[in-house]
Design a protein around this ligand. Structure first.
Ligand SMILES: C[S@@+](CC[C@H](N)C(=O)[O-])C[C@H]1O[C@@H](n2cnc3c(N)ncnc32)[C@H](O)[C@@H]1O
Length: 350
């Protein structure tokens, strides 16, 4: 017989889970229509807030009711004003990496492929990258742009001993799976003596990367549509990076082997991945784990399986990653903490 107290407790937990699912959609909505930004300038009635954001009051009022009852906004019944506390605004507004709102859009976008995923569970196969684009390209850019702006140079690059000095003196750099190229464009601006290239097989992402490099007036950043599984051994690069771009590959082992071969003598491979164990039991209690296993299932694994790939998954974990790097020919590998607790930085050399 099920213990009624445990049933009740789990029921309460499920209510929280389902509510979180709905609120993720509402955060996405609020982000897209600019309600969080509008609320940042101070407490307002639903009419005033709707006017500030240029929206329809009836919709805004219903959204605010969900925000108030979930504790995201505060409500003063006397003045009928809604207020986004400063501390909440830090995590839902602005251009700093602390703004988590873009994540809600990514989660909802992944959810849009749920019926295809049902089919994959039954029949196998995967979901092609093309099915997620062009929205995926934009969500990915939106989620990582602020992180790169705030943390790439001092946080991620600064964490790798000697890398900042090498970039200052002038080296050649390749980013594989570069997406919209913002990371390379930032580095190209910061380190004008170095040369930067970005490869991705997504044409929309590469077009955006080139456009940004042009707008930024960069002559040391270039981008190409390339399938990095067929990365040539020449030209050689002093630094090859892969930011969140190995675990969803069709053939990650081949990509890593090619990257190792394309390194100049003494060169460095830097791979930013998610900080997990390869063993599920060691991820129990990690607050990021359910979400990243979910991202894996809803995107990273099926895009690889759609190409008959390995389907490593987002949470391939440190032990498996170390094995892949060693098999690819990297003799020295270290794993460093990153400025974000959910990521780690693999630094590998031949
Ligand atoms: C999760 S996204 C990361 C994008 C980018 N590094 C960033 O941080 O925003 C993974 C990227 O790898 C690219 N990719 C996957 N397999 C690839 C392949 N075989 N060749 C080139 N690019 C690939 C995808 O198109 C996608 O842009």
């Amino acid at each position: 017989m099920p213990d009624p107290e445990l049933v009740k407790q789990f029921g309460a937990r499920l209510l929280g889970i389902y509510t979180g699912g709905v609120l993720t959609k509402l955060i996405d909505l609020g982000y897209q229509v600019g309600l969080f930004e509008a609320a940042k300038s101070g407490a307002a009635t639903s009419h005033a807030l709707a006017e500030r954001a240029g929206l329809k009051e009836r919709y805004v009022r219903e959204w605010l009711a969900a925000m108030v009852t979930s504790g995201i906004f505060l409500y003063d019944a006397k003045t009928r004003e809604y207020r986004l506390p400063e501390e909440h605004a830090v995590l839902l507004t602005g251009n700093a990496h602390t703004n988590t709102a873009p994540m809600s859009r990514m989660i909802n976008h992944f959810g849009s492929q749920l019926q295809r995923l049902v089919g994959c569970f039954r029949d196998g196969g995967g979901i092609a990258y093309a099915a997620y684009r062009p929205v995926f390209t934009q969500c990915m850019d939106d989620s990582w742009r602020r992180i790169y702006d705030n943390l790439l140079v001092s946080g991620f690059i600064g964490a790798v001993p000697g890398l900042t000095e090498a970039l200052k003196s002038g080296i050649s750099v390749l980013d594989i799976g570069c997406g919209t190229g913002h990371a390379m464009n930032i580095l190209a601006r910061e380190f004008p003596k170095s040369q930067f290239a970005g490869y991705d097989f997504a044409e929309d992402a590469i077009a955006q990367a080139r456009e940004e490099a042009r707008e930024m007036g960069l002559s040391n950043a270039s981008f190409k549509v390339v399938d990095v599984a067929a990365l040539p051994a020449d030209p050689k690069f002093d630094l090859i990076t892969a930011f969140d771009a190995i675990h969803d590959q069709r053939a990650p082992a081949e990509v890593l082997r090619s990257a190792c071969r394309a390194l100049a003598p003494g060169g460095t491979f830097v791979m930013i991945e998610f900080k997990f164990s390869s063993h599920v039991e060691e991820n129990v209690g990690n607050p990021f784990a359910p979400m990243f296993y979910g991202f894996s299932l809803m995107h990273c694994m099926p895009v690889s399986l759609a190409l008959d790939g390995e389907g490593l998954g987002t949470v391939w974990g440190e032990q498996t990653a170390r094995k892949y790097l060693a098999d690819a020919g990297f003799g020295q590998v270290s794993v460093l903490d990153s400025p974000r607790p959910q990521n780690c930085i693999f630094v590998a050399r031949q």
